[in-house]
Ligand binder design. Structure first.
Ligand code: ADP
Length: 587
């Protein structure tokens, strides 16, 4: 089970065996699939390289100016070069932003598309907020790797090469001195970088901790209030906030220490370069103009090297993000078997020796039963015994690990998944709506043109039309997030109207009225009874009337065995059924 929250743990340690060539290959595949804006990247590289080349001329010319050549031509040239360099810098910045936005969009599209193709078992393993951060922040990390590491390093190496080449024109020894200074700067950068990184990770972890805490708790405000736990949760929140405060304080102290250290390093660099310069001027190798240019070039190279401390950090962050993104991309999609387009519409649904477990939590063990075609079958049994799981297997949210489920003798896994699901309507206790209007919700997933008249008819049969017309804007009323502006019974009746329009051949009703009061149940049942007509209906119910209304009853017994028959047969043969009907239910 994956427990990490993902959002801010990009640099957290990853199991070594996972950071292998495999994920980089996945990265390459992702780049190919994402159709990277190659033209934009080439333009960015070209302008950056031209810019570097032009910049190279500025220190040389400025050096001449400092050496006393104040001709109008030189001054004009310097001004023009400066304007050109800064204009190109702005253009490069703009192109980079556009390329960044395009890469982000393309990565996110690939990941989102893939997410919707994943089997339900995947979502059991990955928490929702981790999935969100994969699509939002992890994709940004991958893009930063492309632009700030791969592309920028390429341009950076080119710039360093042409700068060193320019310096070698003054004197080759200067290049060697500079190359000797680079490792010193690198070591200092690494040491400071590592300390900074550690503190940054701590800050990120604390932010992640606080985000997780708040996202969980804000959803649970009604529970907190009804159990009078405000003080307790307030204290827990304080702890999370305090943790972040302490980490931020640590970062402040580090920054305080880093400034003088940075200044000392900077002064050291300058003194060294000045001393080198004096030596070379004394020997007559450099004059005032070339000395100034050398100083500018050397400072630029050393600053660029110093900035490399972020590259290692970025590579680590990329590995973390890539590990999480690869988990999504490498997961097999659902419905990938070779399939039959045509669904067998007639015929019973039969569970043949089906075994199923969630991970290692075994739920169904070698169970067999038959759901007759075009009849209503009730499934009853104690809570937690696997009734809903059996329905999810029919919906193909999961697949049996052993045995098979058939429809008209054909294994349902063989049918095209989309076609199969369009035959099945699933009405459960609490179906959240999508935000939008009532009309949009009724039509959600209905793949054909529906006239307003047909919509109204479906709503009438679902016993929903009347309440919809009482809403401020009728069918165009917004339902709110997750349908929060409607009652449970109203949401259920909208779901029934939707199911009516989808015309499924199989109707699954998983305790659809268990969250409703008697009045709302009666309203919903009117709709459900209309919906059950002329299709295979499977009802999980504890309600005695719903069981008695069924043509066929299947009992999931506590010991994992299955019994089936009519009401009278089961009363005569099944003690659990007898006690259930005579005890809990009729009581
Ligand atoms: P019933 O409908 O008979 O009440 P369910 O099929 O909902 O039972 O659940 C059977 C068992 O499977 C329960 O113990 C439940 O905790 C477990 N379970 C249900 N869904 C999942 C899941 N997505 N991941 C892991 N375990 C699950």
């Amino acid at each position: 089970m994956e427990t990490e929250i993902g959002i801010n743990k990009t640099t957290k340690k990853i199991p070594k065996k996972n950071v292998n060539r495999g994920i980089w290959k996945t990265f390459l595949n992702l780049c190919l699939k994402a159709n990277l804006p190659v033209l934009g990247i080439v333009v960015f590289c070209t302008i950056s390289m031209v810019s570097s080349k032009i910049y190279l001329l500025v220190p040389s010319k400025t050096g001449e100016l400092f050496a006393g050549n104040v001709s109008a031509q030189l001054v004009t040239m310097i001004i023009l070069y400066s304007i050109l360099t800064s204009t190109l810098g702005q253009i490069t910045g703009f192109v980079e932003q556009v390329v960044n936005a395009k890469i982000d969009r393309n990565f996110r599209n690939v990941l989102w598309k893939k997410t919707l193709q994943l089997p339900m078992s995947f979502f059991d393993k990955i928490p929702a907020n981790s999935m969100i951060s994969r699509i939002t922040s992890d994709t940004e990390n991958l893009r930063t790797f492309i632009m700030k590491v791969v592309i920028s390093e390429f341009v950076g190496l080119y710039t360093m090469y042409i700068t060193l080449k320019q310096i070698s024109l003054y004197n080759k020894a200067l290049v060697y001195i500079l190359l000797g200074l680079i490792p010193v700067v690198v070591i200092l950068a690494i040491v400071l970088g590592r300390i900074t990184l550690k503190i940054q990770i701590r800050v990120r972890d604390e932010i992640s901790n606080l985000t997780r805490f708040l996202s969980e708790l804000i959803m649970s405000v009604p529970v907190i209030k009804s159990f009078n736990k405000e003080n307790y949760e307030s204290q827990r929140g304080n702890d999370a906030i305090e943790g972040l405060y302490k980490a931020n304080k640590l970062q402040l102290y580090l920054n305080l220490a880093k400034n003088p250290i940075g200044t000392i390093v900077e002064i050291g660099k300058q003194v060294t370069l000045i001393l080198v310069g004096i030596q070379f001027i004394n020997k007559g190798i450099l004059n005032a103009a070339t000395w100034y240019a050398f100083y500018q070039f050397a400072t630029r190279i050393l600053n660029d090297v110093n900035a490399k401390q972020g590259v290692w950090e970025q590579i680590k962050a990329t590995q973390g993000s890539l590990f999480r993104v690869a988990k999504v991309l490498e997961e097999p999609e659902e419905g990938f078997l070779p399939y039959k387009e045509e669904i067998v519409e007639t015929g019973d649904i039969v569970f043949e020796n089906v075994t199923f477990a969630y991970e290692d939590n075994s739920i169904l063990e070698n169970v067999s039963f038959r759901i007759p075609y075009n009849k209503t079958t009730a499934i009853v049994g104690p809570s937690g015994v696997g009734k809903t799981t059996a329905l999810k297997l029919i919906e193909r949210f999961y697949a049996p690990s052993k045995g098979r489920i058939t429809k008209g003798e054909v294994d349902i896994q063989e049918f095209n998944l989309k076609n199969w699901r369009s035959q099945v309507s699933y009405v459960t206790q609490d179906i959240p709506m999508m935000s939008g209007t009532i009309k949009e919700n009724i039509l959600y997933g209905v793949k054909r043109e529906v006239t307003d008249e047909e919509l109204k008819q479906a709503a009438e049969v679902a016993n929903a039309h009347e309440f919809i017309m009482k809403q401020p804007e009728g069918y165009d009323t917004q339902v709110g997030q997750f349908g929060s502006r409607l009652s449970g019974g109203q949401r259920q009746r909208i779901t029934i109207a939707r199911a009516l329009l989808s015309k499924p051949s199989i109707l699954i009703l998983d305790e659809p009225t268990s969250n409703l009061d008697a009045e709302a149940t009666a309203e919903v049942m009117k709709g459900i009874n209309n919906l059950k007509i002329n299709r295979t209906a499977i009802v999980v119910a504890h309600d005695e009337q719903a069981i008695l209304d069924a043509d066929h009853i299947i009992v999931f017994n506590l010991d994992g065995s299955i019994s089936s028959g009519t009401h009278m047969e089961l009363l005569a043969t099944n003690s659990f059924y007898r006690s259930m009907m005579g005890g809990e239910i009729s009581a």
